[in-house]
Ligand binder design. Structure first.
Ligand SMILES: [Zn+2]
Length: 230
């Protein structure tokens, strides 16, 4: 009753959307990973160049294992590039490296959605951990409305986190593209390729938010109504 009900199709739709988005980003990345940048700059070199140009001197560029694990950590000031990005001189690799630099610039300029996102992380983690147990206990305690509502609210914190992530990711890509368009690393005809890679990557965040929204909708349909008549 708890998991296999008609509303489960919402979860499946969310899953399909997420799978389609991640398939699309993988395909797009691979396509432009085949295109060698004309100036033969590696992801690491591009990142170092952009950071320098942006007046950021306290960020270290490091290599990290894994597939598309590239990230920027504002606490440690470490910009990590995955194996596929760090040493590659492809247009896709440079795009990803520039996107992570976009996050470093956000950090340096105190871009407020990024600060908000960082502040929400612990709340969202707690929320997604306790929401299902709370709802379950609420149902077991002969449909305790307070617990169920709190459980749904806790889950919505995960959605809030993903929604705040969207402007942060889109903005990092916009910064990356305008930095690359300014020249120095890519030639003008290579910039639209980067735009395609970063747009595909951004879509995975939209898909994640959409899929979480569908799960929240399911919880509201299942448990949000008044079941006092039961
Ligand atoms: Zn990002």
């Amino acid at each position: 009753m708890f998991f296999w009900d008609p509303t489960y199709f919402l979860v499946i739709i969310g899953l399909l959307i997420s799978m389609a988005a991640s398939g699309y980003v993988n395909r797009t990345f691979r396509k432009f990973d085949e295109v060698q940048s004309r100036r033969n700059v590696s992801g690491t070199e591009a990142a170092q160049f952009i950071l320098q140009q942006s007046g950021i001197h306290d960020v270290d560029v490091q290599k990290i294992s894994g597939d598309l694990t590239d990230n920027y950590n504002g606490q440690t000031k470490i910009l990590s590039l995955s194996d596929a990005t760090a040493d590659s001189t492809s247009v896709a690799a440079i795009g990803v490296a520039a996107h992570e630099c976009g996050h470093a610039v956000q950090d340096q300029t105190n871009y407020w959605p990024m600060r908000l996102r960082t502040a929400i992380v612990p709340l969202a983690n707690i929320g997604s951990t306790i929401s299902f147990p709370m709802i379950l206990i609420g149902v077991l305690l002969s449909w305790n409305h307070t617990l169920i509502t709190l459980g749904i609210f806790a889950f919505s914190l995960a959605l809030l986190f993903q929604l705040v992530t969207l402007p942060v990711e889109f903005n990092a890509s916009r910064r990356a593209i305008s930095i690359l368009a300014a020249g120095g690393i890519l030639s003008a005809d290579e910039v639209p390729m980067v735009r395609q890679v970063l747009t595909a990557a951004a879509l995975t965040y939209v898909a994640a938010a959409l899929s979480t929204f569908l799960q929240l909708l399911r919880l509201i349909i299942l448990f949000g109504g008044n079941r006092d008549d039961n």
